[in-house]
Design a protein around this ligand. Structure first.
Ligand code: ATP
Ligand code: MG
Length: 487
């Protein structure tokens, strides 16, 4: 039986059109404990803070993995004084115990941090310590008197376990030139985390993963170097981040074999990524492909990284990584963290064909970071759209609007209206998107040309990265061998 007050709150949300599920759990106070019990990370938790300003009380809603920046809050609200409500003020205003705040309050204004909208669903308080609500994130905009604003910074507490150094790891396959999906879903996250200065960041070109699907050895050698150049041109700083080829640190492969002893074969056979790849390459169903997620777990855990900036397609692999970490810790007493994904706004960039995601290995699906304005125009114009606007959006039209949200966000409403009233000329929308994409890529392309010409510099980055990474990797492998009884 659900508590009457919780039901009342749920009905109020329904009246406002805020969709939600009700999750039950034992009486737990800390957000970490609730999320752990329910099987989510802190990045999928909402915290509502009640604060007092000179204009009265405000509610601030943010993710559990970010910390409030009072300067930003003051700016967003146009106020000068800001403090947490006292326990008494909190109880009087919300009517609930501290720790159980929900999202609807009688306050002057509710500010919702923009990072919340990087998620599709998120867990938050219900007014009771026994229930957590899982909200549809887009619906949070329906909270009365609310506004979306940038009010936080990423906090180092995103990590799920406490280890000495906070590390970040991510990698990209050398299966082709980088595209917009790789950039928005992964590389932008790399840059954001490097910039915080709070982590040791390790970014890899996962060349060994590239040989799990059909490849040409000469093209691979060229592609892998091109991605290092892309990383540098995107703004990664080799003084701050360790930039490596996976094959330069062979310990990844050694650790993957040790990990494979705790992995169930049936679990691997049922992963969606494996199923997709065997559909794509039905004559290349190999042990290496099946082993992909185990090697990925080794890539991450060899550095004991707890935060992984990757697109949403990688979530099933991260789940496997967490399972491996848990099993290794349980069986052999290792101290691997259970890594969580660091999501960006562009965590899923659709294919230009209107079907599936943009991928390096799916022809006609992508825009490369090095494409010229003409090429981008041509590709965006190729997105299938109905000849007339209006009615239900086809998947191609949805794709266009995803790009519009990301690149010409200020004009989206105008184009949506035109779509609805049937006056939209798709070619105008397409060209506006293409121009904006090119503008975003132009500085990258200019930097890239300079870096590519500096062969010595690129060689040095690769050499130095391998040396720094191997030091860490050797330590982990040594520890695992000892704990598994191999030395
Ligand atoms: P492949 O076709 O070889 O698998 P890919 O385009 O899927 O290539 P990966 O090398 O597998 O690229 O992935 C590199 C990173 O880019 C990962 O973090 C992945 O999640 C991210 N990524 C790939 N495609 C997209 C996309 N369409 N939208 C957002 N992120 C993406
Ligand atoms: Mg992929």
């Amino acid at each position: 039986m659900i508590d009457g007050k919780v039901l009342e709150y749920s009905n109020e949300l329904k009246r406002l059109g805020i969709n939600h599920e009700i999750l039950e759990h034992p009486e737990l106070v800390s957000v970490e404990d609730v999320q752990k019990y329910l099987g989510f990370g802190l990045d999928e938790a909402l915290a509502t803070l009640i604060m007092k300003t000179e204009k009265g009380f405000v509610a601030l809603i943010k993710r559990g993995d970010s910390s409030l920046e009072s300067k930003k809050v003051k700016k967003a609200l146009g106020i000068e004084s800001l403090r947490m409500a006292t326990d008494e003020e909190f109880k009087k205003l919300t009517g609930v115990v501290p720790g159980a705040a929900h999202i609807l309050h009688k306050v002057e204004r509710t500010l919702i941090d923009e990072r919340v909208f990087e998620k599709t669903k998120i867990n938050g308080g219900s007014g009771s310590l026994l229930y957590t609500f899982r909200y549809e994130v887009q619906d949070l905009k329906k909270i009365p008197n609310s506004q979306v604003a940038d009010i936080t910074k990423i906090s180092i507490t995103t990590t799920s376990t406490s280890i000495g150094v906070k590390r970040v790891f991510s990698g990209i396959r050398a299966t082709g030139r980088l595209h917009l999906g790789n950039y928005l879903g992964a590389v932008k996250g790399f840059l954001e985390l490097e910039k915080t200065g709070e982590y040791e960041t390790i970014y890899c070109v996962v060349d060994v993963h590239s040989i799990t699907t059909p490849y040409d050895k000469n093209v691979l050698a060229k592609n892998k170097r091109e991605i290092i150049i892309d990383y540098l041109a995107a703004g990664l700083d080799p003084k701050k981040s360790i930039i490596i080829y996976q094959s330069s640190v062979p310990e990844h492969i050694e650790l993957a074999f040790y990990f494979s002893t705790v992995v169930n074969v049936a679990r691997m056979l049922h992963l969606p990524t494996y199923k997709d790849k065997i559909k794509q390459h039905p004559h290349f169903v190999t042990m290496a492909l099946l082993n992909y997620p185990v090697l990925m777990a080794a890539d991450i855990l060899i550095y004991k990284a707890s935060l992984v900036p990757v697109g949403i397609d990688q979530e099933p692999h991260l789940e496997v990584t967490r399972e491996i970490a848990r099993k290794m810790n349980q069986i052999y007493g290792t101290d691997f963290p259970e890594p969580v994904r660091f999501a960006t706004k562009g965590e899923y960039i659709p294919s230009l064909t209107g079907e599936g995601k943009m991928s390096k290995t799916v022809a006609g699906s992508f825009i490369n970071l090095t494409d010229s304005l003409e090429e981008i125009r041509k590709k965006i114009r190729s997105v299938p759209t109905a000849t007339t606007a209006g009615g239900e959006m086809s998947s191609g039209v949805k794709t266009l609007f995803t790009f519009a949200e990301l690149f010409i966000s200020k004009e989206v409403d105008k184009y949506k209206k035109a779509f609805e009233d049937g006056s939209l000329k798709f070619v105008e929308l397409k060209d506006a998107i293409a121009d904006a994409i090119y503008q975003e890529l132009k500085p990258f392309q200019e930097r890239r040309a300079k870096i590519a010409a500096d062969t010595k510099y690129v060689d040095e980055v690769i050499r130095d990265g391998a040396e720094r990474a191997r030091k860490i990797a050797r330590e982990t492998v040594k520890e695992v061998k000892e704990k598994m009884g191999l030395t």
